[in-house]
Design a protein around this ligand. Structure first.
Ligand SMILES: [Zn+2]
Length: 263
């Protein structure tokens, strides 16, 4: 599932290849993926516009248009956004296709149609409506510390709660907690300040490293859990067995030796 680093890579690709190109056609092939707007209004809103800035909030991509208004895309379990050239074929899972006047296309893809795409007057409205917390790379050390110390949830559950902090999902919460040596089921409020500060730094480091590595698990440092994220695999730190356990309704991967259970 696309998490913050994946969506940041999409954003960078958009910035390089989708800005300042006139959108001539808008083809909505899966209207059920539109969020709060009809097919007709969506097409009308985007036709004849250009994207002028690419931003991101948590797992949401935001493309501002030249006449005001922002395209917002969320990628669900397996979506992506791609720029294609004139000669490139359509994909089976292209759900919304923007045709540029110069012949290229911007394609919003999704295999299982679990994402949402919409158009809003102001991106900030959408962020409020979706109830998103601060972006995981935008939250300050103090804000993060206050958030953690006041939460009765498990630390993994809190990191994945988009209304508290936006951008982190199952995979990166596991990596952050592995690097910080914290058991995923630890109650957030039980972490002391030094641990909370360290966790904030670790969270930033993991997300920034993943972005630098193009969010490809196999390119991550060998000291990361991500390339070894299989039950029974060896922990890259101690060689012990990586285990799984259910936390906050998800399957957490962790090393019981490096991340001892809370007492
Ligand atoms: Zn270990």
């Amino acid at each position: 599932m696309p998490e913050l680093p994946d969506v940041e890579i999409f954003r960078q690709v958009m910035e390089r290849h989708a800005l300042n190109r006139l959108v001539r056609t808008v083809d909505v092939r899966a209207p059920e993926m539109l969020d709060g707007i009809s097919k007709r209004s969506f097409e009308f809103a985007l036709q004849g516009r250009t994207f002028v800035a690419a931003r991101r909030w948590g797992k949401n991509l935001l493309l501002d248009t030249d006449q005001g208004g922002t395209l917002r895309a969320h990628f669900g379990m397996s979506g992506a956004i791609e720029v294609r050239g004139t000669g490139d074929k359509d994909g089976t899972y292209d759900r919304v296709v923007f045709g540029f006047a110069d012949g290229g296309r911007l394609c919003y893809t999704s295999t299982r149609k679990l994402g949402t795409i919409g158009f809003v007057g102001r991106a900030e409205e959408a962020i409020v409506r979706l109830g998103l917390g601060p972006d995981a790379l935008g939250i300050s050390r103090k804000e993060f510390s206050d958030l953690v110390s006041s939460s009765a949830a498990s630390i993994k559950g809190l990191l994945m709660d988009q209304e508290r902090i936006a951008g982190i999902g199952n995979i990166y919460s596991d990596e952050i907690l592995f690097q910080a040596r914290i058991h995923p089921a630890t109650r957030a409020a039980d972490l002391d300040q030094a641990v909370r500060d360290d966790l904030w730094r670790t969270m930033r480091q993991v997300l920034q490293t993943a972005i630098r590595k193009q969010a490809v698990p196999q390119r991550m440092p060998l000291s990361y859990l991500l390339p070894h994220r299989d039950t029974g695999a060896g922990c890259p730190r101690c060689g012990g067995e990586v285990k799984t356990t259910a936390v906050a309704g998800r399957n957490a991967h962790f090393c019981p030796r490096c991340q001892p259970a809370p007492t």
